[in-house]
Design a protein around this ligand. Structure first.
Ligand code: NDP
Length: 283
């Protein structure tokens, strides 16, 4: 059965979505990227994650093209630059994103990372956008435990729908404190770079003997193993970026993969969970 995540009371999503960083950079790849996102929607990877930052709006335009005639099948996430997260600027930034995406609403709008705008002001901006119907939910990204606690102590801060952070097998720091904190608050976590950027963030990941062995035994790819591992816990949605239809289908199939206790123990021996606080990893 496909792994689902209850995002909130009104939305349940497959635990794998689609990232878009580096899409929209090269006009020659545009049709391939649009086709990949559409194939993902067809496979049920309904969450599409983008940002005003990606290709300076170019990725949102690719997503917009992919969504044409399919908007209602998607859960669209975009992100605001920290320096656009003030009360007036955030509304304007969101309107620009909506225009590029060719839609009248975002399902989720995230503060991309914490900057100099006071959190209280960003919360007010998010509330205004919600009242205007331009966003249905808001959340944050790259917030460690202390930032999150500060946010939640602000008036309205407890409406934060998610925290999007880096999480892959070779970077397990959030398991020590951030993940339990979010889980206790029933706040879903969006795991970015779940494939460690195809191993670029950890060169040996895709060739690691334990992972290759387990993947071979299960008849799956190492990428699928990495995704199945990220979504093994409740409340986590992985957002791998794939610009080929073959990769998208492979990633969608990871929703069906379950890891046994023995497999998880072997993975833990090769990539031990954190025993102390680690600073939040970012790219
Ligand atoms: P990922 O870990 O998702 O890796 C992407 C790479 O993996 C691409 O090179 C892709 O290749 C490759 N890939 C995808 N599927 C497969 C597969 N089945 N087998 C082998 N290779 C595969 O890295 P990202 O940095 O893209 O992170 C995912 C998303 O998270 C981003 O796209 C973005 O939406 C979000 N993000 C958010 C950040 C934040 O600060 N909030 C920071 C970084 C990312 P190809 O494209 O050729 O298919």
């Amino acid at each position: 059965m496909e792994k689902l995540i209850a995002f909130d009371d009104s939305v349940t999503l497959p635990a794998v979505g689609q990232g878009t960083w580096f899409m929209g950079e090269d006009a020659l790849r545009r049709q391939e990227e649009v086709a990949a996102l559409q194939a993902g929607l067809d496979c049920g990877l309904t969450l599409i994650d983008t940002a005003e930052m990606y290709a300076e709006g170019g990725a949102e335009e690719v997503v917009g093209e992919a969504l044409r005639g399919r908007r209602d099948r998607a859960f669209v996430v975009s992100k605001v630059y920290p320096w656009n997260a003030g009360e007036v600027d955030a509304v304007e930034a969101c309107e620009r994103s909506l225009h590029r995406l060719g839609t009248d609403r975002l399902d989720l709008y995230l503060l991309h990372w914490r900057g100099n705008v006071p959190l209280e002001e960003t919360i007010r901006a998010m509330e205004k956008l919600q009242q205007q119907g331009k966003i249905l939910r808001w959340g944050v990204s790259n917030f460690d435990v202390d930032d999150l606690q500060e946010l939640l102590s602000e008036p309205g801060g407890n409406q934060c729908a998610t925290n999007q952070v880096l999480y892959h097998l070779a970077s397990r720091g959030i398991e020590y404190d951030l993940l339990p904190e979010c889980q206790q608050r029933q706040m879903p976590v969006m795991a970015y770079c779940p494939l460690a950027q195809a191993g670029r963030l950890r060169q040996t990941l895709f060739t690691h003997v334990t992972l290759v062995e387990i993947a071979q035994q299960k008849g799956i790819s190492v990428a699928q193993l990495l995704l199945a591992w990220v979504i093994r816990k409740e409340g986590i949605i992985a957002i791998p970026k794939a610009s080929s239809q073959a990769h998208v289908r492979e990633n969608a199939a990871a929703l069906q993969i379950r890891l046994s206790d023995d497999e998880l123990a072997r993975i833990n021996r090769a990539f031990p969970p954190p025993q102390s606080k680690q600073p939040l990893d970012v790219v």
